[in-house]
Design a protein. Structure first.
Length: 440
């Protein structure tokens, strides 16, 4: 069923919001359960379409997976995995599926995983993944749209990444935890999700040190020495950052709960530069408030601990209404400004010049019909709608449901006028225009 989100803008967000478990950690922990070959329980797993996709992928491999949405708990038993092929249907809808490559190769010395290809935000190559797996002793070839990796034996190695790729760091970690000897991975990604994956693997008996720094050391262990475990996923720093951007953009004041504030240091520094205030209430909560004028700022996206690429679009939605000129430089993806054209439909003055968005603040956005082109662009358009004068409609909301749990409910609880509408696919306009009740 097609859905869209309708927003009547103009309300300042207030109250509190609780952040869900991190999508980009939970998906990797689920894939890493392949290494164990026994039962693991994962808590704080958000109810997202991507989590269902990973659940189904693991089932096709032969794992038993139970997802209890109410408890936000996934139980995986990977003992009976008898298939090492991840079909294109999964990888094409969710790139995070590609991470099963390292886990299958690590445990079974064999994997066949569909090649993800590019996506709407960029080319997203996998050359570092392949070089890393080859350095561990795997033969890797690409055939019929699949990456086929095989190894008689995996042996620890020294691997240097040309750039700190999150996915390559994860695939190499997963392929090397059961290898013979030690792997030293240099220029590794330092994201909190990498630390979470290392902590999860160590809790089952693997031997990884240095996660969260640029050098990770993985000492191979025997699979039979691993143990079942229960583990809780870290909070979603990108979801938290999206609500922070929305609170600032609407000039509101609200508390954000279930976060690790230190994961958001680059983001909260920018908020302060923009004229916002951040108060740490306790180790897992902050209050975000705004008073006075909203300043334009420059933002440069970088690997962690720099400003995250995943949050540049939500922040652009705040900056389009800030005083002066802001420049946002995107350094991770080639094509992550696709929402700018939609923002212009809402009255924003924003131009793209190569990898920079040049933003001249305007007084007021106006509500419009817009289309979400990807997950974070969709969130950005919702934020713009919350600030705009009048009613906005954000279409193709399935992108947003991949990564934001209960987004409409959470914004409603913060006082927004927002609702989700199911469309009759055979006659979209009629259903909307004939809606019985008033929209708000
Ligand atoms: N890259 C290469 N070669 C490689 C691997 C990466 O050139 O072998 C390039 C990519 O093309 C990209 C850059 O390096 O331009 C960064 O890619 P990286 O591998 O770090 O990203 P990823 O693992 O594909 C994860 C998140 C993304 C997030 C990035 C960066 C998941 C499932 N995805 O992607 O999240 O933007 O790290 O932090 O963890 C999102 O949640 O909306 C999202 C896109």
């Amino acid at each position: 069923m097609h859905q869209k989100i309708i927003i009547e803008g103009g309300r300042k967000l207030k109250g509190e919001v609780t952040v869900s478990g991190a999508k980009n950690a939970a998906l990797k922990l689920m894939a890493a359960s392949i290494i164990l070959g026994d039962t693991c329980e994962l808590y704080n797993v958000p109810e997202l379409t991507d989590v269902y996709t990973m659940t189904n992928l693991l089932r096709t491999l032969g794992a038993e997976v139970d997802y209890n949405e109410e408890e936000q708990k996934v139980t995986i038993n990977a003992a009976e995995i008898d298939n090492v092929e991840a079909h294109y249907d999964f990888v094409s809808t969710m790139r995070a599926s590609f991470i099963v490559l390292g886990a299958l190769l690590g445990r079974f010395h064999e994997a066949k995983v569909a090649l993800p290809g590019g996506c709407s935000i960029g080319e997203r190559r996998i050359d570092f993944h392949i070089k890393g797996l080859e350095a561990l002793g795997a033969q890797v070839k690409i055939e019929g749209g699949y990456v086929i990796a095989k190894a008689k034996k995996l042996t620890g190695s020294k691997i240097y990444l040309d750039r700190p790729s999150v996915g390559a760091t994860e695939n190499i970690m997963l392929a090397s935890v059961l290898a013979e000897g030690s792997t030293i991975l240099s220029n590794a990604a330092q994201e909190p999700e990498i630390i979470d994956l290392a902590n999860f693997l160590n809790a089952m008996g693997c031997d990884i040190s240095g996660a969260g720094t640029s050098e990770i050391i993985i000492n191979g262990v025997r699979q039979r020495d691993l143990n079942p475990l229960s583990y809780t996923t870290i909070p979603d720093r990108v979801e938290a950052g999206t609500y922070i951007a929305a609170i600032i953009a609407t000039r509101g004041k609200a508390v954000i709960r279930n976060i690790f504030p230190n994961h958001l240091s680059a983001v909260t520094s920018k908020v302060i530069e923009m004229g916002g205030k951040i108060t740490v209430l306790d180790p897992f909560s902050i209050e975000v408030s705004f008073c006075g004028k909203l300043n334009g700022v420059n933002i440069v996206t970088q690997p962690y601990p720099g400003f995250p690429t995943d949050l540049q679009s939500p922040f652009i939605s705040a900056l389009v209404q800030a005083e002066g000129v802001s420049i946002v430089t995107e350094n991770i993806y080639e094509n992550r400004f696709r929402q700018l054209g939609e923002l212009r439909r809402m009255g924003a003055d924003v131009q793209q010049e190569s990898n920079k968005a040049i933003i001249k603040g305007v007084r007021q956005l106006t509500g419009a019909q817009v289309i979400a082109t990807d997950l974070r662009a969709g969130a950005a358009l919702i934020i713009a709608g919350l600030c705009a004068d009048g009613v906005s409609e954000v279409k193709d909301i399935y992108h947003v449901d991949r990564g934001y749990e209960k987004i409409v409910e959470k914004f409603s609880n913060l006082g927004a006028n927002i609702k989700r509408i199911e469309l009759d696919e055979t006659n979209l306009d009629v259903k909307i225009n004939n809606i019985d009740e008033p929209l708000f």
